[in-house]
Design a protein. Sequence first.
Length: 293
Amino acid sequence: MQITEELQHIFQSRSWLSWVVSAILIVMVSITYYYVRVSKHTKPNTNIDQNISVQQEEAVEKHENTSKPEKKERQNTKDLIKITLIPGETSEIFLENVAKKLDINATKLWNSYQVLAKYPEAAISADTYLVPPKMNEKKLIKFLLASSERAYEKLAIEAYGIYDRTQWLRILTIASIIQKEAANNQEMPFIASVIFNRLKKHMRLQMDGTLNYGKYSHIKVTPERIKTDTTTFNTYKHRGLPLSPIGSVGKQAIKAAISPAETKYLYFMRNKDGVHDFTDTFKKHRKNIKKLQ
């Protein structure tokens, strides 16, 4: 309102040049006046930097909190002890060694296995496990059996679409013989074919490896053992498969038992190179025997 009255006064009393100068001054005054009013009502946002700092602190704290369990887990892993069940080893000897390594009671460990295991042998899969020191015997067996069951179930479902324990016991039994007899993984499907071919013909398996059960795992089979052993593990006397596995088995032996090679082989003989020669007749087998005599 005041600015309008001043303009009217200029138009009435002053020359045009004075009017132009006055107009410029009035515009400048108006701009200054506007700026001052706006500045009074506008405060700088000093909280922005503070908010950023708070967010950074929260992010760091969150990262630290997230890292703590991971660091703890890594630390706990370092405290674990590695135990390995070698393919072909028996549970009795394996658990005896585990008891010594973990400083726990061997008798309690073996008793827990006998009570909880679904198979008399090979219920624990040949593998490496990480366990805490001085773990409770029963809990340790439960852990080893549960881990093995998961592995067996996965293999069974992949092969048959179902995990039938009666069927799987037969597979583990055959696989345990393969594991004892094969010189390497490449031979396993051929050893498996010999087992299946002899079973089809109702021939005794007559394999030394079946007598390396339990406490006899590392004891050489002698003619005396063959004469005196009356268990089903003595396949020189007993016809068919043993009633249970001989020892632990690895995946390769299981796969060979599930999918044996298609051959007519009935015999195999370890040669001077430490691997086996396979034959389909006893006459050929005798020739391989004479090579070593």
